[in-house]
Design a binder for this molecule. Structure first.
Ligand SMILES: Nc1nc2c(ncn2[C@@H]2O[C@H](COP(=O)(O)OP(=O)(O)OP(=O)(O)O)[C@@H](O)[C@H]2O)c(=O)[nH]1
Ligand SMILES: [Mg+2]
Length: 399
C-alpha cells in the first residue's frame, strides 16, 4: 500500500490497522478507530486517508463527514485507478482507464449530491438533505448520471473500434505467427527489465508499481535457433480492482492466446509466496491458468543464498533463478522455455507439393522435422508443428 501511495506521489506520514470480522456498516472501521484516526490526522496534518480495501460509497461519505472538508478519503481501488490514469499511454490504454474510473464513480455520485445540497442550503447536514433541497440536488445528480452514462457508451464504442482493428491485425498475423510467450507476474517483479534483457528492447522499467500498462511484443532469438515472441503487459496485484480487470479484459485476454506463460517472481520480496498466489488467482480469473508455464525467479543478484529463498516457495512449474539486471541464469531460462515450447509441438504428417517451397521452409523454421521423403509430386514430411501453424498446413495433411 505504501508503494502504491509512493507511486501515486503521495507521502505516507502514518499508518494504522484494525482487525475485525466484518466492517462497520457506516464507517468501515469501528468508532474508536475513527476517533484515533481523526486525532492522527490532526497531529500529522494529513490531508488524505487511504484505506487498503474497497470502501462502499456510504463508508466514504460518512468518513469524509467525520474527518472534515479538507481530508480526502479514498480506497485502494481509487488509488490504483489514479496510478493507471497516470501511466496509460496508448489510446486503448487511456480509454480503458477512463472507463474504469467512470464506472467506479457512478455509484459514488450521491456524494456529489450531498455536497451540492450543503452548498445550496447551508444546513441539511447528513445524507437526508432538506425537503426543499431534494429537487435541484436530484436534478443535478440526474444530469451528472446521464452525462457519465453517455461518456461511458461513447468510450465503449471507441474501444470497440480500436479492438476490431487490433483483432483484424491479430488474426491476419496468427496463421504465420511465431509462438508467443506472455510475460506475467506481480507488479514490479521485473517483467519489463527481463524483456529488455532478452530482446534488447527499450521498455520502460522503473521502480514503481504499474510502470507498464500497454502490451509490448518483441522477437527473441532462442539458443536452439528458433524465434519466439515475448509479450510484456500490465502487472498483477493483490485485490486487483474488478473495474480494472473488466476494463483491461481485452488486453489481459491476449495472455490467454499465448502458447506459454513466463511467470516472473521477485524472489527477494518478503511476500513472494502471496504474490505468486495473487498472480495465479488473476490467471484463473482470466481463464489462462491452463497454459503451460515457466517460472523466472528474478532478482537473484540480491540474494546471498538464493537456494534458501527458493526452498520456501511452492512452485508447480519448471523454475529458473535469474537476474534480469546482471543476466545471470538467462541462458538457462531460455533453454527451459525453448524445451517447453518444443514439447508443445503437435505431430503431423504432410505432403507438400514442390511449388510450395514457402511452406517447406516454414516447417523447417518453426517446427521439427523427424523424417523427409522426396516423391514425384512433392516432399513428404513427418514431424511436429506449433498448434497455431496447423491450419496453414491443413490442406496438405496426409494421414
Ligand atoms: N536487483 C535487481 N533489480 C531488478 C531486477 N529486475 C528488475 N529489477 C528492478 O525492479 C524494478 C521493477 O522492474 P520492472 O522491470 O519495471 O518491473 P515490472 O514487472 O515490469 O513492473 P510493472 O510494469 O510496474 O508491473 C526496477 O527498479 C528494476 O530495475 C533484477 O534482476 N535485480
Ligand atoms: Mg513493466
Amino acid at each position: 500500500m505504501t508503494r502504491l501511495a509512493d507511486t501515486a506521489g503521495i507521502d505516507v506520514v502514518g499508518q494504522t490497522f484494525q482487525r475485525f470480522d466484518k466492517p462497520n456498516a457506516a464507517t468501515y472501521i469501528g468508532g474508536g478507530k475513527v476517533a484515533e484516526v481523526k486525532t492522527l490526522i490532526e497531529e500529522l496534518q494529513a490531508d488524505m486517508v487511504i484505506f487498503d480495501d474497497e470502501l462502499s460509497p456510504r463508508h466514504q461519505r460518512e468518513l469524509e463527514e467525520i474527518f472534515g472538508e479538507n481530508v480526502k478519503v479514498i480506497d485502494r481501488t481509487a488509488l490504483i485507478l489514479d496510478i493507471f490514469a497516470q501511466h496509460a499511454h496508448t489510446r486503448e490504454g487511456k480509454l480503458q482507464v477512463e472507463l474504469a474510473q467512470l464506472e467506479y464513480r457512478v455509484p459514488r455520485l450521491t456524494r456529489m449530491w450531498t455536497h451540492l445540497a450543503r452548498q445550496a442550503g447551508g444546513r441539511a447536514g447528513g445524507a437526508t438533505g432538506g425537503v426543499g433541497l431534494r429537487g435541484p440536488g436530484e436534478t443535478q445528480l440526474e444530469t451528472d448520471r446521464r452525462e457519465i452514462g453517455r461518456r461511458i457508451s461513447q468510450i465503449k464504442e471507441e474501444l470497440d473500434g480500436v479492438r476490431a482493428h487490433r483483432e483484424r491485425h491479430r488474426s491476419k498475423r496468427q496463421q504465420t505467427e511465431l509462438q508467443v510467450v506472455a510475460i506475467v507476474g506481480y507488479t514490479n517483479a521485473g517483467k519489463s527489465t527481463l524483456l529488455n534483457k532478452l530482446s534488447g528492447a527499450d521498455v520502460l522499467a522503473a521502480d514503481m508499481l504499474f510502470a507498464t500498462l500497454d502490451p509490448t511484443t518483441r522477437k527473441v532469438n532462442m539458443p536452439g535457433g528458433r524465434e519466439l515472441l515475448f509479450t510484456d503487459t500490465v502487472g498483477f496485484i493483490q485485490k486487483l480492482p474488478t473495474q480494472i480487470v473488466a476494463a483491461f479484459r481485452a488486453t489481459l485476454e491476449e495472455i490467454g492466446d499465448a502458447d506459454l506463460l513466463l511467470h516472473v517472481v521477485d524472489v527477494t520480496h518478503p511476500n513472494a509466496a502471496e504474490q505468486i498466489e495473487a498472480v495465479e488467482d488473476t490467471l484463473s480469473e482470466l481463464e489462462a491458468d491452463h497454459l503451460p508455464m515457466v517460472i523466472a525467479l528474478n532478482k537473484a543478484d540480491r540474494l546471498s543464498n538464493p537456494e534458501e529463498a527458493v526452498a520456501e516457495l511452492e512452485l508447480d512449474a519448471p523454475a529458473v533463478l535469474v537476474s534480469a539486471r546482471t543476466g545471470q541464469g538467462i541462458d538457462q531460462l531460455l533453454v527451459t522455455i525453448e524445451a517447453a515450447m518444443v514439447s508443445l509441438l503437435k505431430p503431423i504428417e504432410v505432403h507438400i507439393p514442390y511449388d510450395r517451397g514457402d511452406l517447406l521452409s516454414l516447417f523447417y523454421e518453426r517446427g521439427q522435422v523427424d523424417q523427409e521423403k522426396h516423391t514425384g509430386t512433392g516432399v513428404h514430411l513427418f514431424g511436429r508443428l506449433p498448434a497455431r501453424l496447423l491450419p496453414a498446413f491443413a490442406p496438405f495433411r496426409s494421414e
